[in-house]
Design a protein around this ligand. Structure first.
Ligand SMILES: Cc1cc2nc3c(=O)[nH]c(=O)nc-3n(C[C@H](O)[C@H](O)[C@H](O)COP(=O)(O)O)c2cc1C
Length: 305
């Protein structure tokens, strides 16, 4: 028997729990050359801002042991061009689309989400209140519980489809932020965004990123992400999308066991662009081997000492 991979988050049904993470496959066009996007549960777009952004000058990525640092600086086409140029192509893709939105002010978040409200192809919005790589806004909305609650509550007034709040690990207590997001009316939580870090060339004494610091991602952050998903799942009722260092089906299974209902694959796409397809095949084999009828049978089933 083929196991059922479907998951439902906030009333939206996804064909499987594997999504791409924001910023790791642009708006999807290049990834569609690697595998049909209908294989994905959902594609999450690069963060969209009100105005187009070029981001930081290079170098804006650096490899680290078991991960990478990036300070892209939210390079994107801006919401008008996204709607005019990217959405028509996304309309043709048979996967759910989650549009990731970033802003530097409350007004900017609300204005972008209001513009996306009429765009039915945006099945959900993921609110990036956790970007460590911009000077204004970004992470400030995700590190202050009152600001988290407010931005979500205001966006909910203009966007009626489900809203995902993407949380940062760069806080003392992520559960407090999760509760603020829930209080504001978020429908789903996604975690984690990258962890602030840096790297220095000892020959030149120069930092390796023009932004001097960046966001650490990849396998190095997986244990941290797992512990944070576990903490949020244990204290919050909202469904969770787990993110952080996922590269294999085994990684996905760990995230589901600690309480994630779905996951996003980010940095692994730079190493192995077809990782989501391999993950899906291996996840199906695992469910068969364990004689589980549904992938949802794993969610929150971790055994603890
Ligand atoms: C190059 C790069 C660009 C990213 N850009 C964004 C972005 O625009 N918006 C966002 O919410 N997250 C962004 N992220 C964070 C990822 O979506 C994800 O939360 C993070 O990389 C952790 O997952 P991973 O370890 O699987 O990569 C970016 C990550 C990378 C590596």
């Amino acid at each position: 028997m083929t196991p059922d991979l479907k998951v439902t988050l906030a009333g939206v049904e996804f064909s499987n729990p594997i999504m791409t993470a924001s910023g790791c496959c642009g708006y999807g066009e290049e990834l569609a050359d690697v595998f049909p996007l209908e294989k994905l549960g959902a594609l999450v777009t690069k963060s969209i801002t009100r105005e187009p952004r070029l981001g930081h000058p290079p170098p804006r990525t650096a490899e680290t042991p078991a991960g990478m640092l990036n300070a892209i600086g939210l390079a994107n086409v801006g919401v008008k061009r996204f709607l005019a140029e990217k959405i028509p192509w996304l309309e043709t893709q048979k996967t759910k689309i989650i549009v990731n939105v970033a802003g530097s002010s409350l007004d900017e978040y609300v204005e972008i989400c209001a513009m996306l409200a009429d765009c039915e192809r945006a099945d959900m919005i993921e609110l990036n209140i956790s970007c460590p790589n911009v000077s204004e806004g970004g992470i400030q909305f995700g590190t202050n519980p009152a600001m988290t609650e407010k931005v979500i509550a205001e966006v909910k007034k203009v966007f009626s489809r489900p809203l995902v709040a993407k949380l940062t690990p760069n806080v003392t207590d992520i559960v407090e932020m999760a509760k603020a997001a829930e209080q504001g009316g978020a429908d789903v939580l996604s975690l984690i965004n990258s962890m602030v870090g840096t790297s220095i060339d000892i020959e030149t004494w120069q930092t390796r990123l023009t932004n001097n610091k960046g966001g650490l991602t990849g396998p190095a952050i997986k244990p941290i992400a797992l512990a944070l998903v576990d903490a949020v799942h244990s204290n919050c009722r909202l469904p969770i999308i787990g993110i952080g260092g996922i590269a294999t089906a085994a990684d996905v299974i760990e995230f589901l066991l600690v309480g994630a209902s779905a996951v996003q694959v980010g940095t692994a796409l730079f190493v192995e662009p077809d990782a989501p397809v391999k993950i899906l095949n291996d996840l199906t084999s695992y469910l068969k081997r364990k004689q589980l009828a549904r992938v949802t049978d794993l969610v929150g089933q971790v055994r603890k000492y």
